[in-house]
Design a protein. Structure first.
Length: 493
């Protein structure tokens, strides 16, 4: 494949410096991770009787959600808790390593595609520093999202090496088997990884059409992703009885909204949590800033892509991106967490456009472009740190809330009920960032002290308007909460 315009020595030194900036970015991610505490559905990763293992989890569904089949999540959480108890730092360190691995994969893929060092650094920094990564990297319950994204795109990269870069039949076979195993691992992490099977088929089809001399050996390759997907469904069908997939499909506005949400999550440098909060509270400056910066970025990429000699590569990457995120298209609801899987291919496409733009600018204008990209990276980093602060606050509030609930649990009579009554509130909420009231401990309330704890008794969170549906007795305890101070008090009708 032809490369872009050669880079000067000063350019190469500059982008090596950008590589050091990437390392500093990783250190920032590490520092903002360590103080985080669990809240919300983070508690689902905590087990009562953690035991290390692997194969026994292949025949188990998620212990609290019978429609989930994510055995590698169970392997991860059980082994972590077996070794370190309920400490959160091993989870955060693992997430950071997975995210760093994804950034290095994107950087390496750009070099293998002969995009040039400048494009490789842009793609790598975009992957590492996007404000989008705050959710998957810093939240305790997102191991499957990180792992399936890395394994899924890793499987596509390995297949690319097998098709285009392998020097002999033995190397091709080894890479093809490795690609199939990576795809299987991605599927065992999360069902959304089903999109990487058609992504592999896209890559095989492109090679088949472009290399007639190799069609005989390429013709059998579609069997690999098809067999892997079949093996996954075979394992899953023996565990999940009620549904084939743990998803809710719809044909409606979601067909347009879901791709838009993914695109906004990937392209916006401004904190999506800040934008959502501003929209709900009547603010206009933050959404306008986000829209302006996003429009500038998209315009720069579009101008570069129009002039790029790598439009064929961009087309293939776009097809791979569409295939990888295709399982999201029909879901009734997705959050920004789902957009993480689109980040690697999007970063590569964006880097190709920005690199082509930089290659055609004179030195002074190129410096202006570099300054603009540095500004965008800074805005992303500010958004990431801001969102990490929201997660930290939620964890601290959840800890405070659970400490207040424990005395009530201790004095409960046998078979009595503890109801957590949610009074109407107009406070803005968004994803896991703006969480209020008892939702801070959504899955941490069954039985205290915790963790670990049994799930034999439930303290339901009940909206006030539905309280009449509960048959409460004299021994039951009803509590409510002040969302501003996180103070628990007895509820009176």
């Amino acid at each position: 494949m032809p490369g872009t315009q050669p880079e000067s020595r000063s350019d190469k030194r500059a982008w090596r410096l950008a590589g050091l900036i990437g390392l500093l970015l990783v250190l920032v991610l590490l520092l903002i991770q360590l103080p985080l505490k669990p809240f919300g559905d983070d508690y689902l990763i905590q087990q009562d009787d953690p035991r290390p293992g692997f194969f026994r989890f292949l025949s188990q569904h998620h212990p609290y959600s019978p429609n989930y089949y994510r055995p590698l999540l169970l392997v991860f959480t059980n082994n972590i808790q077996y070794l370190w108890g309920t400490a959160s730092w091993p989870v955060h360190i693992t997430h950071l390593l997975l995210h760093l691995g994804l950034g290095l994969l994107v950087y390496r893929a750009a070099l293998r595609l002969e995009l040039g060092e400048r494009a490789a650094v842009i793609a790598g920094l975009w992957t590492l520093g996007s404000q989008l990564v705050a959710h998957p990297v810093l939240s305790l319950d997102t191991f499957p999202q990180l792992a399936f994204t890395l394994a899924g795109w890793g499987s596509v990269y390995l297949l690319y090496l097998a098709l285009w870069k392998a020097p002999n039949a033995g190397r091709r076979l080894l890479l093809t088997i490795s690609s199939a195993l990576a795809l299987f691992a991605a599927l065992l992490c999360r069902e959304n990884a089903l999109g990487f099977a058609p992504a592999q088929l896209v890559l095989i089809a492109v090679h088949y059409l472009k290399h007639p001399e190799a069609r005989r050996r390429t013709a059998w390759l579609p069997l690999a992703p098809l067999l892997v997907t079949g093996a996954y469904f075979l394992l899953r069908s023996g565990v999940i009885e009620r549904t084939v997939l743990n998803v809710q499909f719809a044909l409606g506005a979601n067909l347009l909204l879901n791709p838009a949400k993914v695109f906004i999550g990937v392209i916006s440098p401004v904190s999506t949590a800040a934008v959502s909060f501003a929209l709900q509270t009547g603010g206009w400056l933050t959404p306008l800033s986000a829209a302006t910066l996003s429009a500038i970025l998209v315009t720069m990429i579009a101008i570069g892509l129009r002039r790029s000699p790598r439009r064929g590569t961009v087309g293939v990457l776009a097809l791979l991106l569409c295939a990888a995120v295709s399982p999201l298209l029909f879901l009734k609801h997705i959050s920004e967490l789902y957009a993480y899987a689109a980040l690697p291919a999007s970063a590569l496409i964006g880097a190709i456009g920005l690199d082509a733009l930089a290659a055609r600018l004179k030195k002074r204008r190129r410096l202006i472009l570099y300054a603009a990209l540095a500004l965008l990276l800074g805005v992303n980093l500010a958004g990431l740190i801001s969102k990490a602060g929201l997660l930290r606050r939620n964890g601290e509030d959840a800890e405070k809330l659970l400490e207040q609930l424990e005395p009530y649990h201790r004095r409960m009579e046998h078979e009595s009920l503890l109801l957590l009554v949610e009074e109407p509130s107009s406070r803005a909420s968004y994803s896991i960032f703006h969480v209020h009231g008892f939702r801070l401990i959504d899955y941490g309330i069954p039985l205290l002290p915790f963790p670990p704890r049994r799930y034999g008794y439930i303290s339901p969170i009940v909206p006030e308007e539905r309280l009449g549906l509960w048959d409460t007795g004299p021994g039951d305890i009803l509590l409510t909460i002040d969302p501003e101070t996180i103070e628990v008090r007895p509820y009176s009708r």
